[in-house]
Ligand binder design. Structure first.
Ligand SMILES: [Cu+2]
Length: 284
């Protein structure tokens, strides 16, 4: 394409130079219609059609079948509901706001949405694919290099659209398998008094109406599953880091951090807030 562009550039500028510097003045118009039709219509149609056929031929299919792992992602306002379906699984492993993939394998990402159109995009790994309410779309990704890549919603979906991101974590296949096994487990028991008190705060403040922590009485489905929230790299769909400080800030200022977020901000006593954050951070 570059070579073709250089030839065309030389030709057009050569013609311009010829007419303005070498032979300025009026031209005989006998050949004008031929030049216009040949150079203005036939030549571009032939060149662009050939380029189109060639381009379509080398385009890879974004929906190639995968090697077995299926990840179902649902776009919510403004976070990502994630289910892992390893080959042969009869029930999903539930997670949120992070997508982990094994390196060197092709995974199918099945996409849908809750209320509005979102778009799933990990620029470093592949193209965009829209997520529609009531409809399934699919993109398959075969990451090669271990690492963390940023994903982002790429379709305006409301007030906090710009804050709807996630990390895509590509791992060695063995590390991925053991991570997935751990992700399928129920939540760990709180370690330490502060975390134990934190669980009590979590349950008594009604967080479990919207959030599930598997293995406890919290089974809410409105917000992200928090069973292993402490092992995620970010908080609030890429909004903040997963640190004690950011956890307390999130719980007490969710509405200021993400406009129109579906989680109320909580005005808790500082020590209860701290216990709660310690409990959540410990949910590895
Ligand atoms: Cu969006």
């Amino acid at each position: 394409m570059l070579a073709g562009a250089v030839v065309l550039w030389l030709f057009v500028n050569g013609a311009f130079y010829f007419m303005s510097r070498i032979r300025p003045g009026r031209f005989d118009q006998t050949y004008a219609p031929h030049i216009l039709i040949g150079g203005g219509i036939i030549l571009p149609v032939v060149i662009l059609s050939a380029l189109l056929v060639w381009g379509l031929g080398i385009l890879t299919d974004p929906r190639r079948p995968g090697d077995g792992l299926v990840v179902r992602v649902t776009g919510e306002q403004w976070w990502w509901r994630v289910e892992y379906w390893p080959e042969g699984a009869t029930e999903p492993i539930i997670s949120a706001n992070e997508i982990r993939l094994p390196a060197g394998q092709r995974a199918e990402i099945h996409l849908t949405s809750d209320k509005v159109i979102h778009s799933f995009w990990i620029p470093a790994l592949g193209g965009k694919m829209d997520m529609f309410p009531g409809r399934d779309t699919m993109i398959s990704l075969a990451p090669e290099k271990v690492g963390t890549y940023r994903g982002q919603c790429a379709e305006f979906c409301g007030a906090s659209h710009a804050w709807m991101a996630f990390s895509a974590v590509v791992m060695e296949p063995e590390a991925f398998d053991s991570w997935l096994e751990a992700e399928a487990e129920d939540a760990v028991e709180p370690a330490g008094d502060a975390a134990l008190r934190g669980r009590q705060v979590f349950l008594s403040e009604g967080c479990g109406a919207c959030h599930a922590v598997r293995g406890t009485e919290a089974v809410g489905q409105v917000g992200p599953d928090l069973t292993h929230v402490g092992s995620r790299q970010t908080l609030g769909a890429g909004r903040m880091a997963l640190t004690l400080e950011d956890l307390t800030t999130w719980i007490s200022h969710s509405e200021a951090l993400k406009p129109e977020v579906k989680m109320p901000a909580y005005d808790l006593a500082p020590d209860r807030l701290d216990d709660l954050a310690r409990y959540l951070e410990g949910l590895k």
